[in-house]
Design a binder for this molecule. Structure first.
Ligand code: SAM
Length: 338
């Protein structure tokens, strides 16, 4: 019953969205905080095979400076949730301390983390003790060979162990993130739905965006959520939800099992008009949109400029948070902060 999903999304193209800029007063809520550009996987759509030129350690902000910047964003920009990301955020040393410092900021309602899961078997309990609420775990395949192919050498088992560890430690509800690919979705999606149904996880399917060095490959491998839903032929019911979420949440009847399935459609049905996100990298630079090259160096701004002027500068940058002219970025997602 994919038709219900199609109706659920008013279809619009990016160019139409550009005619209706996001309100400059759009309320920011979620900060996606990239704590490192390093990763132990090399997912083909995310990172070049040789890796990216790594930011030198001395150019990364110390964690206490990151906490100060987040504090400023909470006080001045309405941010009330922080999601740690990267690169692979669990590679940043001191991540547990960062979590507990972020949780302690008055006004922060939730600190969560997006990870490939491979380091969770030894870190899940420490993160929970530090105050982390929950994790989103990337999982593109349950087949060892295809997992290694898409992650370019990653192993499936540590990620599965990481999912189990997160569950045992109470980093729940766990959400799985799967990027859809034309050449593999017919094998991956049913297997992942079986797995999610059995474990009781929510799973989110993400349309492949054109980022990084392999944008031509991303274009060939793109498959829309609508095509996947139609191909699955399962009953899918929309779930009423907070209108600002990027994923459209549904309940799918998967061979009698109800599964919570989210659909993230940046390409076929962009959700720019309800975007409440801001990104910051480990050097303290803000990015108002994944696809927008313009950045604001908040760390430097607050170093050199006094309170009111800094706020004016910030507001004028955020006023330019409009839907992108194209859904295309030559930077790798690991550099942008996915
Ligand atoms: N290393 C962590 C992980 O694996 O989740 C966090 C960083 S990763 C960049 C965050 C998310 O971005 C992952 O779910 C990944 O699949 C997604 N992602 C990266 N590049 C993408 C692309 N070109 N299109 C769609 N999703 C992408």
């Amino acid at each position: 019953m994919s038709a219900s999903l199609v109706q659920f999304y008013p279809r619009h193209r990016v160019s139409q969205a550009v005619e209706m800029p996001v309100s400059t007063a759009a309320r920011l809520r979620l900060l996606r905080l990239s704590v490192t550009d390093r990763c132990n996987f090399r997912c083909r759509y995310c990172m070049p095979v040789e890796g990216v030129t790594k930011v030198a350690h001395q150019d990364l902000l110390p964690l206490e400076n990151i906490v100060n910047l987040v504090q400023w964003l909470v006080a001045h920009a309405g941010i009330d949730r922080v999601r740690l990301t990267g690169g692979e955020p669990l590679l940043r040393s001191g991540i547990e301390q960062l979590v507990s410092d972020l949780v302690a900021i008055a006004g922060v309602r939730e600190v969560s983390l997006t990870t490939n899961g491979s380091l969770l078997p030894r870190m899940a309990w420490g993160l929970k003790a530090a105050g982390l609420s929950r994790v989103n775990i990337s999982l593109d395949s349950l087949d060892e060979e295809r997992f290694a192919e898409v992650t370019r050498g990653g192993h499936l088992q540590p990620t599965l162990n990481g999912i189990a560890a997160a569950q045992e430690a109470g980093l729940t509800p766990i959400k799985l993130n799967t990027v859809l690919r034309r050449s593999t979705w017919k094998q991956e999606v049913p297997a992942l739905l079986d797995y999610a149904a059995q474990a009781g996880f929510e799973i989110r399917f993400i349309e492949l965006m054109r980022t990084g060095t392999e944008r031509a490959w991303c274009e060939t491998e793109f498959v829309s959520v609508d095509e996947v839903c139609a191909g699955l032929g399962a009953e899918i019911y929309p779930v009423e939800e907070e209108s600002r979420a990027s994923a459209r949440r549904t309940t799918m009847n998967w061979y009698g099992a109800p599964i919570a399935v989210g659909w993230i459609t940046p390409r076929s049905h962009p959700f720019c008009s309800r975007c409440d996100r801001l990104r910051m990298d480990a050097q303290g630079r803000l990015r108002r949109c994944l696809m927008d090259p313009a950045q604001l160096d908040l760390a430097n701004l607050l170093r050199w400029v006094n309170g009111d002027s800094a706020k004016r500068e910030f507001d004028s940058y955020i006023a330019g948070k409009v839907p992108p002219l194209s859904m295309d970025n030559a930077l790798a997602m690991s550099q942008i902060g996915g």
